[in-house]
Write a protein that binds this ligand. Structure first.
Ligand SMILES: *Cc1c(COP(=O)(O)O)cnc(C)c1O
Length: 402
């Protein structure tokens, strides 16, 4: 295996994210294959005993076991790091494996974590149920309230954890403000960038320390595999994340890594076209539904901040209908083109009712606290012709009495 022939790392590191998404991290075997090779292997063999001893001692950079390294997974890791502008990245089996590893690798009993209250259901479960079981204190706050972050800091606060835009309320966190506050107190900021990916938002440029990802969403983007990633400094990845990952094993399978590599080739195109479609569909729906939660529309309370942090509005927005669950379900049932599905980031348009799906398990009280009402619907806008999407939504809104 060698890096692409003639590649000069001084030059390749300067490529912009859209180029990195197609080229970054490519290794080619002696066959010079165009597309990345898929190494479905759990182990490796060695020419002699001294070589394997040197590898286990860390004196030889070769691979030893796929829980530690795999060539296909390594290509994905380098590519994501280059797109994100991070020193290092480690792929994970899923987005939730990434979140769990990013938090547990650095928190210990007696530490305190401040987290956004508006979050993906399983992220809230980590904060509300998992961390406290191991003696880690947690506080959840309104992440769009800048002052609330500072007020929540305690002497033992070690981590800030948030996503922006948040799922499914589309709350926008001021990344630069919150991450600067974290740094000034020696707190590590962990940002879940699933809603945007590096194609639309690069939190490290705004001072974030660690990026944790669901690559299942925009990065695969075609609804095929679960995948995740954690990015950060080499020190963080090598000293905190790797010991945790190597010994607990939330590794990404080489096949899934290969699928995500293929997804990344079209990520920038998809993310921007899906954002364009989401903006047009949002503009069409505004005024027709009582509440739009859409970072691309001027009606969003943090529209300007969102557009400063993001290159485009992203494919996902939410809305709230007046008639509660019955009217929300009626709208879903009237759709012909847009699928009822709880996935996001997919090239297909998908719509779901968070209160009865992604945020059902957390219970009514937690939903009310984070603003997930019975009338809320979340939509992922895909790559279909925008006129077909608008016609489908128009018909469904009429059928649901809007
Ligand atoms: C989907 C999602 C996750 C979890 O990712 P999986 O790949 O499904 O495990 C975490 N955070 C956010 C914001 C998500 O949308």
């Amino acid at each position: 295996m060698k890096k692409t022939t003639g590649m000069n790392r001084e030059i390749t590191r300067t490529w912009r994210p859209a180029t990195q998404a197609i080229r970054g991290g490519t290794w080619r075997s002696e066959h010079g294959e165009t597309s990345e090779a898929l190494f479905l292997t759990s182990g490796y063999t060695y020419d002699d005993a001294a070589t394997v001893a040197a590898r286990f001692a860390g004196d030889d950079p070769g691979m030893t076991y796929s829980r530690l390294q795999n060539p296909t997974v390594a290509m994905l890791e380098e590519r994501i790091a280059l797109m994100e502008g991070a020193e290092a990245c480690r792929a994970q089996a899923s987005g939730m494996a990434a979140m769990t590893a990013a938090l547990l690798c650095q928190l210990s009993a007696g530490d305190h974590c401040v987290a956004a209250r508006a979050a993906f259901g399983s992220c809230r479960w980590l904060v509300d149920h998992l961390l406290p079981r191991f003696g880690i204190e947690t506080t959840v706050i309104d992440s769009a309230d800048d002052a609330a972050w500072e007020a929540a800091i305690r002497p033992n606060t070690k981590v800030f954890f948030f996503e922006t835009p948040a799922n499914p309320t589309l709350d926008i966190v001021d990344i630069a403000h919150v991450c600067a506050l974290a740094r000034s107190h020696g707190i590590v900021s962990v940002v879940d960038n699933a809603f945007c990916s590096a194609a639309l938002q690069r939190p490290l440029e705004f001072g974030a320390d660690v990026i944790a990802y669901s690559a299942t969403k925009l990065m695969d983007g075609q609804g095929r595999v679960l995948a995740g990633a954690v990015c950060g400094t080499s020190d963080f990845i090598n000293e905190k994340l790797l010991p945790f990952q190597r010994n607990t094993g939330p590794n990404l399978a080489p096949f899934n890594a290969w699928v995500v590599l293929k997804g990344l080739e079209t990520l920038s195109l998809r993310a921007h076209r899906q954002s364009e479609n989401a903006l047009k569909l949002g503009q069409f729906m505004e005024g027709r539904v009582p509440v739009m939660l859409h970072p691309g529309l001027a009606s969003h309370p943090r529209h300007e901040l969102a557009m400063r942090q993001m290159d485009a509005c992203g494919p996902i927005f939410s809305l709230v209908v007046d008639g509660g669950r019955a009217q929300a379900h009626a709208l879903l049932d009237a759709l012909e083109l847009i699928d009822i599905s709880n996935n996001i980031g997919d090239s297909r348009s998908l719509m779901c009712h968070p209160a009865s799906t992604t945020h059902a398990a957390m219970g009514e009280e937690a939903r009310a606290e984070m603003g997930v009402s019975e009338g809320m619907l979340r939509i992922n806008v895909g790559l279909e012709d925008i006129d077909d999407l608008i016609e489908d939504m128009d018909r469904a809104l009429t059928a649901a009495g809007m």
